[in-house]
Every structure is written in C-alpha cells, then in structure tokens.
Design a protein around this ligand. Structure first.
Ligand SMILES: [Zn+2]
Length: 215
C-alpha cells in the first residue's frame, strides 16, 4: 500500500513537538529560578557602611598601597616595622565567614623559601559577609585560615596569618571591601582610604584602630 500517509512519521512529529514544548518549559523554569537566585539578591538594598577597621593589630602602622594593573580599590597592606610573615590578620568588622580556604593555588612561598614558586589567585583566603550586602576579602595568607565557613566572627577576631600564597610577590595582605557585587573604596575607622584607582602607584600609611572594645 502506497496510498495515504504513513502514520508513524506523524506520531514522531507529534512526539518531537511535545518534547520541544517540554524543553521550552524546562528552560523557562530554569531561567525563572536563575533570576530568583541571582538577580533578586542583587536587588537587596545595601545597608549602611559598617565601621570597618584596618585588618591588622591595634596601634600598628601599616602601609596601604596599590600599583598599575592591581585593580581599582584593591589595597595591599605591608607592615612598616618588624617581620611581615605570620603577622595576625584580623576581621575588619563583625560578620559571618563565607569563604575560608584556597583561591586559585597556594604555591610554594614560605618564610624559609620566600622566592619559591608562585601560586595562582588569592592563595589562602577568607571572605566575610557583614550583612547589608557588605563584605571584605583577605588574600595570600600563610596558612589555612583560622576560621571556617559559617563561623560568626567579631571585629578584631584573628582569621589568619599574613603570608605570600597565591599570586603574590612578597608577604603582604591583599584586602578588598565590597558593597553588593561591586568593589568600593575602602574605608577605615570612618574615613575613606583614598585608594580608588590603579592608574598609578599609591602608598599611604595608617595606624590601625582595630582595638578591643571595652564593654
Ligand atoms: Zn593586591
């Protein structure tokens, strides 16, 4: 029999169009879920700026610097006195730890081998969520962080030791403040640091007021 249309291709076509409809529905559902998970939190209004302090010990003078190719707003911290390796890295403000581990790779730069192989990225790092979409990041630490994800920390809590892991030339702390999904100018003790661009080298000095509060 060659008259009439064979039935199988039509049912295949029907099945295929049903599959396409199911696929479109799945893609639409995934897109809506994606918007809910990614976009909605970004629309949260930023809270007031926390009263951040330098992430280093009370009373110490540190160098805050940046250089061309760093990134706008990024700050590198070096002590002006004493050994840099192993210096305490402190929480700038209270919050919840959201990252505590390795960013990129650790590499092989240690106090015994300061010119060892460079790692990639931030090395041992910590990120703290301060609420109101504010967060701080601490990179290149010497050893695995002293805090864990989900841990609540208060201002001045030691989160790690200063080092040179990741893509780092010399022991220092790379530090950032973010509001929402954007880096912003760092503020310490209520004042802007003045480090806003990496177009030119910039070196400042500041005394840490990350001091225990009397209660
Ligand atoms: Zn840096």
């Amino acid at each position: 029999m060659t008259t009439g249309r064979p039935t199988t291709p039509r049912s295949h076509r029907r099945a295929r169009s049903r599959n396409i409809r199911v696929l479109i529905a799945l893609v639409a559902a995934a897109a809506i879920l994606g918007i809910a998970l990614v976009v909605v939190p970004m629309l949260r209004p930023a809270g007031p700026r926390p009263h951040f302090q330098l992430p280093v010990a009370c009373g110490e003078t540190w160098q805050l610097s940046t250089y061309p190719g760093h990134d706008d707003y990024d700050v590198d911290l070096f002590p002006t006195e004493g050994e840099a390796w192993g210096r305490p890295v402190l929480a700038s403000y209270g919050g919840t730890v959201t990252e505590a581990g390795i960013n990129g790779s650790v590499g092989g730069r240690t106090p015994d081998n300061p010119e060892g192989p460079r790692g990639r990225g931030g090395g041992y790092w910590v990120k703290i969520d301060h609420g109101g979409t504010w967060e701080t990041q601490y990179l290149h630490m010497l050893e695995p962080p002293l805090v864990t994800v989900g841990q609540r920390v208060s201002q001045g809590h030691q989160i790690g030791l200063l080092g040179s892991t990741g893509n780092s030339g010399a022991p220092h702390l790379h530090y950032e403040q973010r509001r929402g999904w954007e880096k912003v100018e760092t503020h310490f003790d209520g004042a802007p640091s003045g480090i806003t661009t990496d177009e030119r080298e910039r070196i400042l000095r500041q005394v840490s007021n990350n001091c225990p509060t009397v209660s």
